[in-house]
Design a protein around this ligand. Sequence first.
Ligand SMILES: Nc1ncnc2c1ncn2[C@@H]1O[C@H](COP(=O)(O)OP(=O)(O)OP(=O)(O)O)[C@@H](O)[C@H]1O
Ligand SMILES: [Mg+2]
Length: 258
Amino acid sequence: MLQSGQTSLATKKSLEKQLADARLEIAALQKELYNREEQVRELIRDTLDAQEAERERICLEVHDGVTQTLASAFHYLQTLETGSLESTNTRQLLLRASALVKQAIQESREVINSLQPATLRDLGLVATLRQEVRHMEQETRWKIDFKADAIRLPQDVETGLYRIIHEAITNVRKHADTKHLRIRITSVDDQVNVEVRDWGIGFDYNPQDVSRRQSTGLLSMRKRAELLQGTCDIQSTTGQGTVVRIRMPFSRLKEQNG
Ligand SMILES: Nc1ncnc2c1ncn2[C@@H]1O[C@H](COP(=O)(O)OP(=O)(O)OP(=O)(O)O)[C@@H](O)[C@H]1O
Ligand SMILES: [Mg+2]
């Protein structure tokens, strides 16, 4: 009798322990769920912020570039309208206006290209970057060390990687003060690895400090990689340069392909 009483007490204690453990587990799961929801909210906020920043950039580019150029061309054409067509200036004004219209066409092509390079969809990430690197070498007279495996990835991955690499290269041009740049794209085992390295002035990088207001570029690089289930690590040493490493898991690419 005593024994069966002890047994039922032990069972009760064991059940109570199981219940307490289950409660703890539920609380932990609820906390994790809350954290994930918070992460999703943050991601949405960042995406909207990035969209706004991109809109601002496009407005500024169109306003300062093609609109100004067309306004100058219009000014020359107006001068022609009011002046005598036989005037000796006529040819000069026409030539200037035509040169400006040509420049405006080029500028609008550049804006369009910055939104979505036409080659990205057709030729893919590697060919597009190779073309851009060549173009940049001609423009800047830098010698860029570019090596990439001949890979094609799903469209969203190529677009995401393109944006991240493009931002990394733009940062080198804008901030690094060097002509020494190396880009590597390799596909090893189950992931694509990208490295953009410069030997410029470097900077004091702290991922925690990257607030949205100061650093849209670096933040969007990391967020884009995360959206594609990858990572984007940035390491920089003042006076020694910067390296951006992107890792994109391959399983996701297979999933998407398959
Ligand atoms: N490769 C680099 N070499 C040296 N400094 C860099 C490099 N990349 C980034 N930085 C520094 O980090 C800062 C933040 O970079 P980030 O790309 O976030 O912003 P940004 O280039 O100034 O503006 P944007 O939002 O247009 O990209 C830069 O202002 C610059 O000081
Ligand atoms: Mg930048």
